[in-house]
Design a protein around this ligand. Structure first.
Ligand code: AMP
Length: 252
């Protein structure tokens, strides 16, 4: 891939907007709850120098801020259901209006339904852009169940992820990286996990079919190590993502 990082030491949000003149790059991450979308999206965002936009994180931030959108979303999130498309699309659209998203984004957890995927196409089309590839992290449902059941997340801003069996922290209950206490997400509790999988996997498979039909799906096996999955994704993007030079005058 030829697109380099700017290396000017500025944080993405501080970068002057005229650096966004090249075509924006939007990728969507597809995968069941617990497939590793968040972890991989963070790594890809760094590698591709675009923001990581997680619909789940946006909902959790809205909940914490006590906004009406947050309290509306909570009714669905607490029971492991999907938040209605209209609310979800509105929230993601607002985030994509932020200046840093003019460079593109790694969308993590969005779209989760075919209507959301179509709405995303319209949103990006208005920005003169489109989805470059849909990155599907393929993990069997039994493995998703196992992963979600023992998942613990740190309270630091990067929300490092641990697992009781496969990735325990060095000190029980404490993040190895930033020393914050680990917590279990409300929707990772056993009663909610089965609902999440039952409610969220069928529409996700429809999203996989949608992107297969449009020729944008890149599927990688998700049961390997974190590093191996990242390099499969980057390798696949490299092959899939060779694009013509940006069209002059195209909106960034
Ligand atoms: P996540 O952190 O991606 O697992 O998302 C946490 C919860 O937020 C999900 O279980 C859903 O209730 C809700 N959510 C996140 N993204 C979406 C989406 N694209 N559509 C509908 N609901 C979503």
């Amino acid at each position: 891939m030829t697109r380099g990082r700017s290396g000017n030491g500025m944080r993405p949000a501080e970068r002057p907007l005229d650096e966004t003149a090249s075509a924006p790059r939007f990728f969507v991450m597809v995968g069941g709850p617990g497939a590793g979308k968040g972890t991989q999206a963070q790594r890809l965002a760094v590698a591709l120098d675009v923001p990581h936009v997680s619909s789940g994180d946006l909902f959790r931030a809205a909940l914490e801020s006590g906004s009406p959108l947050g309290s509306e979303a909570r009714r669905f999130m607490d029971r492991g259901a999907l938040v209605p498309d209209e609310l979800t699309v509105r929230m993601v659209a607002q985030r994509l209006d932020d200046p840093d998203a003019r460079r593109g984004a790694i969308l993590d957890g969005f779209p989760r339904t075919v209507p959301q995927a179509r709405a995303l196409d319209r949103l990006l089309d208005r920005r003169g852009a489109g989805v470059e590839a849909a990155l599907y992290i393929d993990v069997a449902p039994d493995e998703l169940l196992r992963r979600l059941s023992g998942r613990w997340i740190c309270r630091g801003p990067e929300q490092h992820v641990y697992h009781e069996r496969s990735r325990p922290p060095l000190r029980a209950g404490i993040c190895d990286i930033d020393g914050t206490k680990l917590r279990q997400r409300a929707d990772d509790r056993p009663a909610t996990i089965r609902t999440r999988l039952a409610e969220q996997l069928p529409p996700m498979y429809e999203v996989v079919d949608h992107y297969t039909d449009s020729g944008l799906l890149v599927a990688v096996p998700g049961e390997d190590t974190v590093e191996a999955v990242t390099s499969s994704l980057l390798g696949a993007i490299g092959k899939h993502g060779e694009r013509p030079a940006p069209v002059p005058g195209m909106r960034a």
